[in-house]
Design a protein around this ligand. Structure first.
Ligand SMILES: [Zn+2]
Length: 177
């Protein structure tokens, strides 16, 4: 951040405000404290007849790798609405959410994934620039070495270990730097 989004000043400093315990970016001109917090990524693990949908990414990061349809939650929507919107945008499909499946924190990237288990009544889809290939995989055919993100691997493995469990699977990825 170079300029204050409240007043436009470039007089930003990093300081611990009174009553706080972390460094924050504070505007010396208007005293606005610019909190920076994790973003929420919402998506779906979609099942149809025991097969799981994966979409091959047409955009960076991890272009060419398979992932569960997911993306950043927008203001003004619920997590479930966001997950369904992302599925629609990336695959053209309307699916039914069954339950929350996993919560996965990507600590170094400041992201939290909420992955819902969903069911699709059909396998008709639409390819988009975001998804250049879509396939319903048998569990034994999942291309584990070509999965885009640790959050997806976590959700897929947890699901396949016990597909009918209603447990919410917690996980995290902390990169060793
Ligand atoms: Zn300001």
């Amino acid at each position: 951040m170079n300029y204050c989004s409240n007043c436009g000043s470039d007089q930003l400093t990093s300081t611990i405000p009174d009553g706080d315990h972390r460094l924050r970016v504070v505007c010396e001109n208007c005293n606005t404290i610019h909190y920076q917090n994790p973003l929420i990524v919402v998506g779906c693990l979609i099942e149809h007849d025991g097969k799981i949908l994966l979409a091959k990414r047409g955009i960076e990061p991890s272009k060419g790798f398979w992932n569960l349809p997911a993306g950043f939650m927008e203001n003004g929507e619920t997590a479930e609405e966001g997950a369904l919107r992302e599925v629609e945008e990336e695959t053209g499909m309307s699916v039914t959410i069954d339950r929350l499946h996993s919560v996965f924190s990507v600590v170094h990237a400041n992201q939290v994934y909420l992955i819902f288990k969903a069911t699709s009544s059909s396998i008709e889809y639409t390819l988009t620039p975001e998804s250049i290939e879509i396939e319903f995989f048998e569990p034994s055919e999942i291309p584990w070495n070509e999965i885009a993100f640790s959050s997806n691997t976590h959700a897929l493995k947890a699901f396949l270990q016990n597909p009918n469990s209603s447990e919410v699977h917690l996980g995290s990825y902390i990169r060793n730097s």
